[in-house]
Write a protein that binds this ligand. Sequence first.
Ligand SMILES: NC(=O)c1ccc[n+]([C@@H]2O[C@H](COP(=O)([O-])OP(=O)(O)OC[C@H]3O[C@@H](n4cnc5c(N)ncnc54)[C@H](O)[C@@H]3O)[C@@H](O)[C@H]2O)c1
Length: 417
Amino acid sequence: MNYDIKDIKLAAEGKLRIEWASRQMPVLKLIQTRFAVEKPFKGVRIAGCLHITTETANLALALQAGGADLVLCASNPLSTQDDVAAALVKYGFPMFCVKGEDNKTYYSHIISALGYKPNLTIDDGADLVSTIHKEKTRLLPDIIGGTEETTTGVNRLRNMAKAKKLKYPIIAVNDAKTKHFFDNRYGTGQSTLDGIIRATNRLLAGANFVVSGYGWCGRGVSMRASGMGAKVIVTEINPLRALEAVMDGYQVMSMEKAAPIGDFFCTLTGDIHVLRKEHFAMMKDGAIVSNSGHFNVELNLDDLREMSSSVRSMRDFVEEFSLKNGRRIYLLGEGRLINLAAAEGHPSSVMDMSFANQALCSEYIVKNHVSLGKQVYRVPMDIDREIARLKLASMGVEIDSLTPEQDAYLHSWEMGT
Ligand SMILES: NC(=O)c1ccc[n+]([C@@H]2O[C@H](COP(=O)([O-])OP(=O)(O)OC[C@H]3O[C@@H](n4cnc5c(N)ncnc54)[C@H](O)[C@@H]3O)[C@@H](O)[C@H]2O)c1
């Protein structure tokens, strides 16, 4: 069988939702139309380890139109939309992903996808690439390159390259401006709040909302939580980012100070054990804890379990941990990225740009892999600019262009006041 999904009968619902998302993905659609004519991926096998969402489905269809032979598995055990997985099987893709799969199944699905012997990898978090490098090195001779979607994955791959362990070129899609300026900030900003609200149905207005990490994602979540009336508290380890948060109008303090006063906590650092024993011990009764960074390691869940006398499920994606100190802490979505666990991930309009980058960078690798080394590359500037231009055009937004006089001025030094 070339799939392992929850239920093929969900396909009709998935197809409708994929179509709904496609209406907000005009840039990817333009690329798909060109791919259908030029077939840049003819004869290329691609393995994608991505959140299986309606937007990813549209990327898959664009690559398929370009001639790719694509297999998909999930990049997180809790982010799969089972109806989308079913629809993608109907569209002809081998699929290995079930929402709520355990860690063992998650990795076995990656191995199943690798059974298709990819020439190119599209990863989100670098679990696919690291599995190839750790367990499936015999696949390496056939792999021409790969792309990486998120900050945590790019960080892992840069560390691999630094240690001279990376065996094929990767393009860091996350680092494109048309990706992280918008997806990480506005996408994570909106969808993280969406996930927390869908899971809890709690009011944010007037609550103390602690955001850990004031990077691209943290800025977005802070901005949106503040917009809903929460009093945002930021924790950081980087003085520049902390200063920026102060000047953006938020309270900045250590987690030690924030833990006893927070009503909501959300980590978005890409780091490990940002919330741990000493913080859980100080939290108020009823504190709501979530993570929207790539991995659930941001929360030390072993600590939380050890400190608890009982755990019960209160409602979908909300677990109540009764601490031995008598207080209760509510953990959302098993600590996995809450926007995908309890909501639907980023809105399609923002994924339009992220996945336009994925599509064009994959094409770039096919065309240029001979000249690429075993490194992590930035997205070519031309691709970034073209995506911004197309996105603006799709929105009907016109901008100015330089007059010849302005162009000359900006390229000269002689003229002062
Ligand atoms: N939920 C989603 O859909 C989604 C989308 C994009 C990225 N991500 C993930 O979110 C995470 C953050 O991504 P980003 O693009 O904002 O990264 P970033 O590098 O821009 O920001 C991370 C910030 O966290 C800070 N930080 C690190 N350790 C910390 C600690 N112990 N305490 C407080 N702050 C700390 C860093 O100084 C930095 O400012 C990554 O894991 C990324 O892969 C998730």
